[in-house]
Design a binder for this molecule. Structure first.
Ligand code: 13P
Ligand code: SF4
Length: 326
């Protein structure tokens, strides 16, 4: 942290100073700050755009900005770089990775492809650039069913999230989905009993859940959706209390979008540690030092781009990105 900030700290709140610094540097660098819905609220507040994985990947394409600061986890910043090779893309905290994305490697995927030579490979965007390069098409939690259905192959190798793959299988009985045994280390923490307890405590409250949760939790759902689907569902519902089945960062946006509604978490365990590593201080540091720049070897990037673009061609425009208006 800069000395001048520490010196001024006695007279002005440090967070406010950091915020001013971020906004000033953002302008100077002509930077686009992109934040995932799970980010700390202080980071969401300075972002130009807030959204789910699909919306954010798309939002980075064709902007007039010189620099993209991706406040999320590594695979998201990688996707932005894959789609914008000419732009500098920065992940403020190098260690902010997605544990689920680390559960599949390109090498192990190549072995699996040999076992099922007729299968198409669908990779959840929560995967490395190398894994994307080995896949036929990508998907997100917002379009997994649509992507799988669009493929001519009966057999689908789905990596790495077994829970999203299992959820998609419910809607694609005509397909044989070969599940990888990966999972989200955050969404795996909720149990069906947690949901039952919350429903007893808040009778009539709809349970909205992310498809990275285990199947018996999904069975309890009133609505299953990506992080961009929560707010539109709440907008249409007459209920005043909602049980939220995803990472706690989501609550900030929901409260902002629906100030009169009440949101409850069925478990206190819904915190993604790596999503929470990015603080306002790290965003300021990234803008100042231009650390940590995403680099992807060109042959891998080119293949991974095809995988992402095939997904985008099928899923069309995704309307749920929220332009932040703070
Ligand atoms: P979405 O925002 O695409 O629903 O993804 C959730 C997630 O876990 C991202 O890491
Ligand atoms: Fe990965 Fe789960 Fe964290 Fe998303 S919430 S970044 S899937 S560990």
């Amino acid at each position: 942290m800069e000395l001048d900030i520490l010196e001024k700290a006695n007279t002005k709140d440090v967070k406010a100073l950091l915020r001013e610094k971020v906004l000033r540097l953002k302008k100077e660098r002509n930077a686009y700050i992109v934040a995932h819905n799970y980010q700390n609220y202080e980071v969401q507040e300075v972002a130009d755009i807030l959204g789910d994985s699909l919306a954010l990947s798309k939002a980075t394409i064709g902007t007039g900005y010189d620099l993209i600061v991706f406040c999320g986890v590594d695979f998201m910043a990688e996707s932005a770089k894959i789609l914008n090779p000419e732009k500098m893309v920065i992940l403020p905290v190098r260690e902010a990775d997605c544990p689920m994305a680390l559960m599949v490697t390109a090498e192990r995927l190549r072995e699996k492809k040999k076992e099922f030579p007729d299968a198409a490979v669908v990779c959840y965007v929560n995967s490395s650039a190398e894994v994307k390069a080995e896949s036929d098409i990508a998907c997100t939690s917002a379009n997994a069913i649509q992507i799988i259905k669009s493929l001519p192959n009966k057999q689908i190798i789905f990596v790495p999230d077994k829970n999203l793959g299992h959820y998609a299988q419910r809607f694609c009985p005509e397909k044989e989905i070969i599940l990888w045994q990966g999972f989200c280390t955050t969404h795996i923490r909720i149990t069906a009993q947690d949901v039952i307890n919350a429903k007893i405590k808040f009778p009539g409250a709809p349970f909205i859940v992310h498809p990275e949760c285990p199947p018996d939790v999904i069975d309890q759902a009133d609505h299953v959706c990506s992080t961009s689907g929560f707010s539109p569902y709440i907008a249409k519902s007459k209920a005043d209390t909602f049980i939220i089945g995803t990472e706690v960062g989501m609550i900030f946006k929901l409260k902002k979008d629906h100030p009169t509604k009440r949101f409850v978490m069925p478990t206190e365990q819904f915190v993604c540690q790596t999503m929470k590593m990015t603080t306002l201080g790290w965003v300021a540091h990234a803008l100042e030092t231009l650390e940590h720049q995403i680099e992807i070897p060109e042959p891998i990037r080119v293949k991974a781009e095809k995988t992402l673009r095939r997904m985008m061609d099928i899923s069309g425009d995704h309307p749920n990105a929220a332009i932040a208006s703070y």
